[in-house]
Design a binder for this molecule. Structure first.
Ligand code: SF4
Length: 274
């Protein structure tokens, strides 16, 4: 990393100018903070005569940060993370419909530039059970719905095995946009997007959350988990009861996992009907 970039990042971190929107090299993607934009902003920060008008102008500038994205195929794209792409009052939403309208044009991280469709989630807004996956895949990105395709069909069958339909639950992902080539989301992407999931949980107020797959578990619990140690256990996630089990795609690869998932689902059904 160049000295200039290090200096800029250190400055931004110390000033907390851009909140979560400082991105670094990682996961095969390189982000470059726009030097001119930052320097302009630094100069304004240092000005003793800054008046209110200048200050509001500054916040407009700082709400957009240009990133250069280097894709795996070597192509480079630039992307501007835009805080103004969502309704600034989205945290006040009282219903899922309002929340969707507030955030569905989100461009706060680079995944907004590559998605086909924003995948908010689908199901019963009064559901007792919220099912969470990691991020949309190719089919979800095309259709704008979570858990479609082969894994989605298997999830439907798993739910039917405990007498639930997809309409009885709410299904969402931690990230609302597909990471290119289904790569693992970066920490900064999760940090930027997970707040929407928090808001969905607040509005839905489910009795139980079922997280599917180890990546979703690691992301939610912020630690490296071992599936056999945590699956089927009741844990806490933001004050809600959370159970983790295998992702349907793991069952497609290894049918031996159907039995532990069946045991977890039976336990969950018992808890939901208590
Ligand atoms: S992944 Fe989340 S934060 Fe990033 S653009 Fe999509 S909705 Fe916004």
């Amino acid at each position: 990393m160049s000295n200039l970039k290090t200096d800029i990042i250190n400055y931004l971190e110390s000033q907390k100018v851009y909140g979560n929107n400082i991105f670094f090299e990682g996961d095969g993607i390189e982000f470059k903070i726009d030097k001119d934009l930052v320097l302009k902003n630094m100069a304004k920060k240092q000005s003793p005569n800054k008046n209110i008008k200048e200050s509001s102008k500054e916040s407009t500038i700082s709400s957009k940060i240009k990133h250069e994205i280097k894709e795996e195929n070597g192509n480079s794209n630039s992307f501007i993370a835009d805080e103004n792409s969502v309704n600034k009052n989205w945290r006040d939403a009282k219903s899922l419909e309002v929340l969707y309208n507030d955030i569905h044009n989100c461009m706060r991280c680079e995944l907004g530039a590559t998605r086909n469709k924003f995948v908010f989630g689908k199901g019963d807004p009064n559901a007792d059970l919220l099912i969470i996956g990691e991020a949309p895949g190719r089919d979800e990105d095309q259709q704008g719905e979570p858990f479609v395709g082969r894994s989605g069909k298997l999830l439907t069958s798993i739910l039917e095995s405990i007498q639930l339909s997809r309409d009885d639950v709410f299904i969402a992902n931690i990230l609302k946009c597909r990471p290119p080539n289904n790569r693992r989301p970066s920490t900064s992407e999760v940090d930027t997007c997970e707040v929407y999931l928090h808001k969905q949980i607040e509005i839905l107020n489910p009795k139980y959350i079922l997280a599917l797959g180890l990546t979703a578990a690691d992301t939610l619990l912020k630690e490296k988990c071992i599936m056999k140690d945590i699956r089927g256990e009741i844990m806490d996630y933001r004050g809600k009861k959370l159970m983790i089990t295998y992702h349907p795609s793991a069952l497609l690869r290894n049918p031996n996992l159907k039995r532990p998932v069946w045991e977890d689902m039976k336990k969950l059904k018992g808890l939901l009907t208590e």
